[in-house]
Design a protein around this ligand. Structure first.
Ligand code: ADP
Ligand code: MG
Length: 261
């Protein structure tokens, strides 16, 4: 089971000049086992939505609710959210100097399961997960995200997804910076994950090309800190043809008070 329910979500980001409102009432329900794509122009608040749901301290919820299978997650710490089954692949994954991939994965797995994984099966699982995204076993000895290429960062996220096996994954621009082969490898990983049937995915993307490989149940157009339109997979085709102009022009007329301050 994994239903993510976002209602009337208002979020501000902490800046030096004070809190800046970014999300202006996001409504979104990803039902059990569904894959939804969020598409929108740069600066529309897509990453802010991902961070707010994951519990990044810089983002303050000023109104609204987020539940995972009916359980309020906004009152949880970041760790509690992860243990509740929520996974975020960040648009710009951070470097963790001095921590190897192998250690990082094992520590994360232990934290989420509440016990260390059995060593023999774990090593096999890690090697298999890395092999599936064409990463060499020696990758495990590298420091997390240090000097990783764009493709390595995103494939590492898929390894995490595979091993941690969360109930719900938010993938922020998992397709950015990937060449066509890496895009297919990463998409296959997402499809393996969602193909388990009861896993939810919120796929945030700027471009439609990843949607050739991952077929979303629903597509949401995100503009000006809220969902401007929702539809089926065909909505992505229309965006491919028309871009976001139409929504941006409409947004100029009906921009929410306080937006852009
Ligand atoms: P997207 O992911 O859709 O490109 P973001 O959520 O990254 O959009 O950003 C939305 C808006 O919020 C942008 O105008 C951005 O400049 C602003 N913003 C996001 N994070 C911060 C921050 N930490 N400090 C200042 N402004 C921010
Ligand atoms: Mg972003």
């Amino acid at each position: 089971m994994a239903t993510l329910d976002i209602k009337n979500l208002h979020v501000s980001v902490e800046t030096e000049a004070g809190p800046k409102p970014i999300l202006h009432g996001v409504d979104l329900t990803v039902s059990d086992g569904e894959v939804h794509a969020i598409m929108g122009p740069n600066g529309s608040g897509k990453s802010t939505l991902a961070y707010a749901v994951a519990g990044h301290p810089k983002y303050t919820i000023t109104d609204g609710s987020v539940t995972l299978d009916g359980v309020d997650i906004l009152s949880m710490t970041v760790d509690e959210r992860a243990r509740a089954g929520l996974f975020l692949a960040m648009q710009y994954p951070v470097e963790v100097p001095g921590v190897s991939v192998a250690n990082f994965l094992r520590t994360a797995k232990t934290a989420i399961d509440g016990e260390a994984p059995k060593l023999r099966t774990w090593v096999k699982d890690v090697n298999q997960a890395m092999g599936q995204v064409n990463l060499d076993a020696s990758f495990g000895q590298r420091n997390v995200n240090e000097g990783f290429s764009g493709g390595e960062k995103k494939r590492h996220e898929i390894v995490q997804l595979e091993l941690l096996n969360p109930a719900f994954a938010i993938l922020d621009e998992t397709d950015s910076g990937l060449d066509i082969d890496a895009l297919r490898i990463v998409s296959d990983g997402v499809n393996r994950f969602s193909g388990q049937g009861d896993r939810g995915v919120l796929l945030i993307t700027h471009y439609t090309r990843i949607l050739r490989y991952i077929k979303p149940d629903k597509v949401h157009v995100f503009v000006g800190g809220r969902v401007a339109e929702s539809g089926g997979a065909e909505l992505a085709d229309r965006l491919e043809a028309e871009g976001y102009d139409r929504y941006l022009k409409a947004g100029e007329v009906s921009a929410p008070a306080g937006a852009g301050n």
